[in-house]
Ligand binder design. Structure first.
Ligand code: ZN
Length: 149
């Protein structure tokens, strides 16, 4: 007995299969446009997860305040882990915009709110031309700022 083919049932696209292992980490979680290489990059362990950083400076920053840099978008092996909350609403430096900041980084007070920087040089550049760098997309705390009257 011939089987009638089911009416127009398109083959559903294969569901994205969960890979058994997380994809490899590609970028540094501190200097987020720097690539890392698990073979050669410096590594720190966080709750049994290896985290690769682009340089020793980033290792120091990470060790000083891991919560600021635990980002499962950048470190896929952290997916599903319970991560401590970041201490800061601000994530990126407004001058070196691919670099993450922590509450232990240099800051200045701008319009009554704290703005954090990757390093002192970035802070000085901001202080020279704050209007150039004070981007609310990067600095969510500016919504609470009081513009000078
Ligand atoms: Zn680095």
């Amino acid at each position: 007995m011939a089987q009638t083919p089911p009416p127009q049932k398109p083959t559903p696209p294969a569901p994205p299969s969960e890979p058994p292992q997380s994809p490899p980490q590609k970028y540094c979680p501190v200097m987020t446009s720097e690539e890392v290489d698990p073979e050669t990059s410096p590594r720190v362990m966080y709750e049994g997860v290896p985290i690769y950083l682009c340089c020793d400076q980033c290792v120091s920053k990470f060790r000083r305040d891991p919560a600021a840099y635990l980002d499962s978008e950048i470190v896929p092996a952290l997916r599903g882990k319970k991560l401590p909350p970041r201490g800061l609403e601000q994530v990126y430096c407004p001058v070196l915009r691919d670099r993450k900041v922590s509450a232990k980084d240099p800051f200045t007070i701008y319009q009554g709110v704290k703005v954090y920087f990757y390093n002192d040089l970035a802070r000085q550049r901001f202080e020279k031309e704050p209007q150039r760098y004070a981007d609310p997309a990067i600095l969510p705390q500016l919504k609470k700022a009081k513009p000078p009257s």
